[in-house]
Design a protein around this ligand. Sequence first.
Ligand SMILES: C[S@@+](CC[C@H](N)C(=O)[O-])C[C@H]1O[C@@H](n2cnc3c(N)ncnc32)[C@H](O)[C@@H]1O
Length: 284
Amino acid sequence: MPQRRDSAMRPKRLVVLGGRPPARAGVVWLVGAGPGDPELLTLKALKALQSADVVVHDGLVTAAILDLAPPAARRISVAKRKSRHSYSQDEINRMLTAFAREGLTVVRLKGGDPFIFGRGGEELEACRAAGVECRVIPGVTAALAAGASAGAPLTHRGSAQAVTFVTGHAAKGGEPDLDWAALARPNQTVVIYMGLSMAAPIAARLMAAGGASSTPALIVENASRADERRVVTTLAGLAEAAAALSGPALLIVGEAMAMAQDLMPAGVWPDLSMDSRLRGNERS
Ligand SMILES: C[S@@+](CC[C@H](N)C(=O)[O-])C[C@H]1O[C@@H](n2cnc3c(N)ncnc32)[C@H](O)[C@@H]1O
């Protein structure tokens, strides 16, 4: 049966004016949807989705994951749009708390993990300020899926003692204000979120700060999705490689990226329903 999806709908009747208080207290679940593959959703995230009255979701959340919510659950997209009204963070915060005050179970579904460049902290603070119960369910952040998919560990004995996640964009747009000298040091992995369009200045900064131009680098676009693409390159080649991609993508720089493979065709993520070894119900 086709599922109801009114993503474009604006929420109506956000507040019950002068009405009776709801019979049950509402709650906001801040849920990480993972990088895209529905099989990378946690069991807790699945349970929260199945209990949702309202799902407020970002653009990076795939249709296959939204379909896991009950058909009757209202789905509201707060994805950033170029041509139509985008919800401000304040509007999203008010929406979440207003629905919860109506006694509803609200699932705020975000790509990856809600607390990794996901503005989950701001939504948690808004719920706390409004006296609304808010619980957080972590998700597989894109960096973990990208490393796993390429066969490139983010930490690796002898070549990556640390891993750092940074944003490739300043809060108000433009180049990020990062500690380039620290990021250019060897024996670590630097993962850059939202950095595709800034790949050239980022690579230039890292090399100017002492990063070797030959440092292995990897770009993963649409990690864990059927249309995943991977490019294995070096710090010197990062900008040119990034120019051929359109995102969402991660730039990953560090010696351990020497292990990355770009040969696997896209869409080869293990499908548990097809793999008898993982199903465990067939004799070998
Ligand atoms: C606003 S951040 C959200 C990150 C998310 N909360 C997470 O934990 O992965 C969006 C950026 O995450 C990265 N990203 C998210 N999903 C991705 C995916 N499936 N493949 C590659 N990069 C992804 C891209 O850099 C994208 O621009």
